[in-house]
Write a protein that binds this ligand. Structure first.
Ligand code: ATP
Ligand code: MG
Length: 651
């Protein structure tokens, strides 16, 4: 992997809230004097009853439990809205960019958003919602989605957002798991010029035999498309809003009351209902947004994720709004109608910071630089990445082409379970290395342990664990506290197991090597899939690569690489040989791929992550539907059949 250093730009060093020395001192204090440190940080929030205690947490089986600020009370929506009204009421809270670029954007000030959320909260109450009830939100990327989250928070209902791309079956499973009584949806969604039949999907989900908990469905009119309304169960949101009182007092919530639950994307198995708290979670979202992105009032902030993922929760809605930011919400796809769209949105709204995912960057790279060059991007000062390891090649493109060498890259490593960024640079405090998420955030006691749990010091590689609780940590798996404990705290007792592998270099930088389950063992050498993939992507013809292990008589495991070529490149035997040789010279003979299969598409979750579980099966020759398992969370299940078909020619 690349070891080049990109030093902190002078202007960032001069004005950022955290410099290199301050970051190091702050980190040390967060671990040495954690209670005092966190009670002080908690003052970022507006408490009804300020907490007098920080962490009451233990990862040990005997007294297992995670609690933060347990005697504090607050309301999350009041923190995101009411407290800004006096000084920032007329500042834009949400900027909305429609799917179709010929349509006008929308914007809402904090005052307007507050008014809408209060009414929305009353609509939910009218529909029978009470504190602690679960409300499923199945929405397109429109401002009403953010309002729905905040309206739940206002009355103490627990929201469960299900990504609008999920099928009726997936939706029904998530409704039933948490016994949701209300669904908030829209007539239709729009993405890339196509309509998504959200209300029809809800109808199909609720028609399933096992899906019986829902009493009311609220429908936002987003496209005006025709939908069936079931009397007594379904109501139009706009009609309901017209009939309720304009003000709604914010419910007094305990810091530990659940704010939301969110099902993980399912790259690794049956989705889990990850439960997040009100106080600790909001503090984590707000603090990490401020530190990693050095957010300043007036900057236009764009997290280009979907609100259906944790990234959307923490960095479109809760973190930015708690910080009084202007947050951009985009309805559509980054490359529609053309691969320039993402940059055109940046120009249209004068975006200061863009936060997106490596999968988006690789897709844009593949289309060619001219789509970027024809836009200005002069407003961009900072770029963020999340979701997967970012290959140094994509990093350099993001930095050099998109950011014209001016914008630090904030590569944030974290998980649905962690609530917000855990290992990440800060623009004024961290020299960057392409492909490294750099250093742990305050309070994050990251460790690398070997297979037996022995802590590795200095430069080392192994399992990434977190040795103590942090405020943004998930509190439980919905309805299955035992699964929570078993999944995360038994592999290495007393520690939170991330499931990811990492390497720490001589300078203390962390490099995420991929999921531990994906590590390949070739003749006794352990190798992260990310490293081989990065080498492949470095080749000029390669757009994307996914690497898995395959059974090998001599080596134990061999390397099986799926390769997607750039637009205009053709697969050939010559190219196969060239790429094999290329990896050999980039990493070493040990990493030589045994099989390269050219793949026009890779199986990805709807959040854009490669599902290696399926690729492993195909590589092993296990291609029956049964062996391939649940493919319902894939963005495009037909990719799997194509891979199975073309496998015959290579392996
Ligand atoms: P599931 O847990 O249901 O299988 P998932 O792990 O894909 O799904 P997320 O919580 O969205 O769901 O993703 C977290 C994972 O994504 C991390 O554990 C890590 O493997 C990967 N990841 C996220 N950000 C980064 C990053 N900046 N660098 C490297 N890996 C990352
Ligand atoms: Mg995960």
């Amino acid at each position: 992997m690349s070891e080049d250093l990109f030093p902190i730009p002078a202007d960032w060093a001069a004005h950022a809230r955290m410099n290199q020395t301050a970051r190091a001192a702050d980190y040390r204090r967060s671990l040495d004097d954690g209670d005092a440190y966190w009670l002080e940080q908690a003052q970022r929030l507006d408490w009804i009853t300020p907490p007098t205690r920080a962490s009451d947490s233990s990862f040990d089986e005997a007294d297992f439990g995670i609690q933060w600020f347990a005697d504090g009370t607050l309301n999350v929506s009041a923190n995101c809205l009411d407290r800004h009204l006096a000084e920032r009421g007329d500042v834009t809270a949400i900027l909305w960019e429609p799917d179709d670029p010929s349509e006008a954007p929308r914007s809402l000030t904090y005052r307007e958003l507050h008014a809408e959320v209060c009414r929305f909260a009353n609509v939910l109450k009218d529909a029978g919602a009470r504190r602690g009830d679960r409300i499923t939100i199945y929405m397109p990327m429109i401002p009403e989605a953010a309002m729905a989250l905040l309206a739940c928070a206002r009355i103490g209902a627990i929201h469960s957002v299900v990504f609008g791309g999920f099928s009726p079956e997936a939706l029904a499973g998530r409704i039933t798991d948490c016994d949701s009584s209300i669904v908030v949806t829209a007539d239709e969604g729009r993405r890339g010029g196509k309509r998504v039949p959200l209300k029809a999907n809800v109808d199909a989900a609720l028609a399933l035999d096992h899906c019986t908990s829902v009493r009311r469905v609220l429908v936002v009119r987003a496209t005006g498309g025709a939908v069936a309304m079931q009397p007594g169960r379904d109501s139009w949101y706009d009609e309901a809003m017209a009939g309720v009182a304009p003000d709604c007092p914010a419910e007094v919530m305990n810091a530990e009351d659940p704010l939301f639950l969110l099902y993980t994307s399912g790259s690794t198995g049956k989705p889990k209902g990850v439960v997040h708290s009100s106080g600790g979670y909001l503090l984590w979202a707000s603090l990490t947004h401020a530190l990693c992105f050095d957010y300043r009032p007036g900057d236009v902030w764009w997290c280009a994720a979907d609100v259906g993922w944790v990234t959307g929760h923490s960095y479109i809605v809760y973190g930015p709004l708690a910080n009084g930011a202007t947050t951009l919400m985009y309805e559509g796809l980054p490359s529609w109608p053309t691969p320039s769209r993402i940059w055109e949105v940046v120009d249209r709204h004068q975006v200061h910071t863009l936060f997106t995912a490596p999968t988006v960057l690789r897709a844009l790279m593949k289309e060619g630089d001219h789509h970027v060059a024809k836009t200005s991007r002069a407003s961009l000062q900072l770029l963020g990445s999340v979701g997967e390891p970012i290959n140094p090649e994509a990093w350099r493109w993001y930095h050099g082409v998109a950011g014209e060498g001016r914008c630090p890259i904030i590569d944030t490593w974290w998980q649905t379970e962690t609530g917000g960024a855990m290992i990440a640079p800060m623009p004024g405090a961290t020299d960057l290395k392409p492909g490294s998420a750099t250093f742990p955030m305050p309070g994050v006691e990251a460790q690398i342990v070997d297979g037996e749990g022995a802590v590795q010091d200095g430069a080392s590689e192994g399992n990434l664990v977190i040795a103590r609780s942090w405020p943004g940590q998930m509190r439980t798996v919905w309805n299955d506290h035992e699964r929570f404990f078993q999944t995360y705290f038994t592999t290495f007792p007393g520690k939170y197991t991330t499931g990811d592998g990492a390497r720490r270099d001589e300078d203390g930088y962390y490099w995420i090597t991929g999921r531990v389950d994906d590590v390949i063992n070739v003749s006794g050498h352990r190798m992260g899939t990310a490293e081989v993939e990065s080498a492949l992507v470095l080749h000029a013809t390669v757009a994307e690569a996914a690497v898995v292990g395959m059974p090998h008589d001599i080596k134990g495991q061999g390397i099986y690489a799926y390769v997607t070529l750039n637009v205009g490149e053709e697969p050939s035997e010559d190219l196969r040989r060239t790429l094999t040789q290329w990896v050999r010279s980039e990493i070493g003979p040990i990493a030589t791929p045994d099989v390269i299969q050219f793949a026009p598409g890779l199986p990805k979750t709807r959040s854009g992550k490669i599902m290696r579980r399926i690729l492993r099966k195909i590589a092993e020759g296990e291609v029956s539907a049964q062996a391939l398992g649940d493919v319902s969370t894939l963005a495009d299940p037909s990719v799997v059949a194509d891979l199975v078909r073309s496998r015959a020619g290579v392996a």
